[in-house]
Design a protein. Sequence first.
Length: 422
Amino acid sequence: MSLKRAIFAHQQAFFFPVNLPISSRVAQAEQKLAALFAQSTFTRIPTEDLQTGLLRVVEWIAQRGSIEGLARKDLKKMPWFLFEDLGEGVTLADLPDLLAEWIAWFREHPSSGSLSVLLYQILLKPLTSEPLKLLHPVVYDLIAGSRHPKWQIWKERCDHFHLLTIDGPDRLAERIYQGNVTFERFCQEAGFSGELATGGFVQRTLARLLIRMQHYADPHAGLKIESLNVLLNGFRDQQGRFLQIIPGFKAQLAELLLRPFIDREPETTLKNLVRDFLVKNLGDPRTHPAAWQAVDPKACQVMTLWLSGRPSRIDDKLWMFIEEANKQISGLEKDFYLIKNQSSAISPNLRIQAIHRLQAIVGVAQFFHLFEVINACKMLESTLNQLPNNTAIAPTIPDELFDRLGRLQTAVRDVPGFLFHA
């Protein structure tokens, strides 16, 4: 049957009544059960949530000083309970005797579900070394002893990145510093996504990495440009965006990168790499002050001074100033031609209009510390102030105005990033 005939037949089909009798035995049984429960006083037993269960278990432990006597289901849920905050940052995992007692029970009664939660919590929570020393061996032994493909993959990850060792963050930080692995690649290969990519293991690793990078710019023992480039690019995703790792990390990294140059000038290649990376990910500190608020003002001043040079890329707001300055310069050129062509005394309004154009340029140039542009505007303004009010102007003054206008145009062309946008 063709599609056209099928559609026609469907349109002419017989319409069945909506309320058909229920003929399926399963449907009939469901209908009877629904009617039965609707008529009875039966109530469903409420499911205990995590907080309620935690409070009950904590009360039990507080009364008996031990986990002895807890139900098996409560002991299997301990990976959820161990790391919950009980107030003032205290958790059950901070009680070494209690933790050791539960670990001994868990070794004898392991389960894949509890092991999954326990591993996740260890990598997620900002734990101290004391509970980690107790938890790492049991978790690794259970993972290594399983033949399930899931746990075999996790064993490879733990061995490769030392996820279940006390010095794992130090080793990973050193590998990232040396360029043997990037942070993005680590997250991909170790299965760190979502919360894990910002969890406790990552936080400990980044803290050690920042300490390791304190002397990255040392001429003798520091990083080579290629290694630093690999390290910094490792904090970007495949689209080139800076990864959202932990709060404040970008500001800490920016301060660390700039601090060595508070008292000295860097090599040009290193300066360009650091400057372009920070402008790309934090923006220009003159136009994005909020992003730089947590950075040391001395380090931020280093960046501002660098941007007063000739960077390869600039902020869009600075480019908007360049466009506005060129617009005002075009207006000044027309004003100067009017001044030159007037045989008698010039109109005061024309001079005021030209001075207002200069002040519009100076106002924004001061914000960006463009001193050459400011000086060129002041020279033009001093020449405009020499124009007489009621007598004809000297023929040399218009030539001087056009000469100084050319200097202003040159100063604007020399603004950082002009050639990049042009």
